[in-house]
Ligand binder design. Structure first.
Ligand code: KIV
Length: 270
């Protein structure tokens, strides 16, 4: 049975998130526009403007062609819609290949949107990028495990942490990111044993997606959890609403009423 929790009434800050580790699970969802961000306001602690929008909104095969301009546009919209959650800007593929480029692009994100942090994918090999960003007063959310931006170089989406060697490598990544200054880490697509070991190894919160219920928080892509994205449904996605089905039902009724001259009735007519 699920518990009843109150709505969030105060602005969520980086300190709020840090203090939640080991105290209360952190909730995070993605959002891409003001309309839905407004609905999510006060319901979750964090919103990620994920580059997953390239797939669910633009209809591309993967996230790799998302651009800075596109991410800025959507982040502005989300910031206009949601005032309370901590909003994270997902740095698109190719926008943080060097420390200099990462600082330039993340600075643009801070100057052009009111997002409070950026997210970058990668483990210890990206620690120097995190360090450059945090030294330039930019808050960073890490992302390890299955990393969608590595899809082509890895040859597919691969679940991580299947043996001790890989669990140790993931722990090493998490520790390197923590040392470099990330305030939290997204842990995606890993075996539950790996998620537990990573969560216990660091003192910052871990936010799981496809990582079991042992992380300090959870994140889901909103169009997956509300049943709008039908192209594929990973095992870890729980559907909380039947969006696509209900929209089709509504559209069928609209079509029938328009064609039957039932809509607009007197009630909807000047
Ligand atoms: O882009 C995204 O939505 C993400 C989540 C899957 C964490 O990175």
């Amino acid at each position: 049975m699920s518990i009843h929790t109150p709505k969030i009434e105060k602005k969520v800050t980086l300190t709020t998130i840090s203090r939640m580790k080991g105290v209360e699970p952190i909730t995070m969802v993605t959002a891409y526009d003001a309309l839905f961000a407004q609905l999510f306001d006060g319901e979750v602690e964090m919103i990620l403007v994920g580059d997953s929008l390239n797939m669910s909104f633009l209809g591309e095969e993967d996230t790799l062609s998302a651009t800075m301009d596109q991410m800025i546009y959507h982040t502005k919209a989300v910031c206009n819609g949601a005032k309370l959650p901590l909003i994270v800007f997902d740095m698109p593929f190719g926008s943080y290949t060097t420390a200099k480029l990462a600082v330039k692009n993340a600075t643009r994100c801070y100057q052009e949107t009111s997002a409070q942090a950026v997210k970058i994918e990668g483990g210890k090999e990206r620690a120097h990028i995190v360090e450059a960003l945090t030294k330039n007063s930019i808050a960073v959310l890490g992302h390890i495990g299955l990393m969608p931006q590595f899809l082509r170089s890895e040859g597919g989406y691969k679940i991580r942490g299947k043996d001790q060697e890989d669990i140790d490598a993931l722990i090493e990544d998490a520790k390197a990111l923590e040392k470099a200054g990330v305030f939290a880490i997204v842990v995606e697509g890993v075996k539950i044993e790996a998620a537990k070991a990573i969560t216990e190894a660091v003192s910052i919160p871990t936010i799981g997606i496809g990582a079991g219920n042992v992380t300090d928080g959870q994140v889901l892509v909103w169009s997956d959890m509300f049943g709008f994205f039908e192209s594929f449904k990973p095992k870890f996605v729980k559907q909380y609403f039947d969006g696509a089905k209900d929209i089709r039902k509504g559209l069928e009724q609209y079509r029938n009423e328009v064609k039957g001259r039932e809509f607009p009735s007197e009630e909807y007519t000047y």
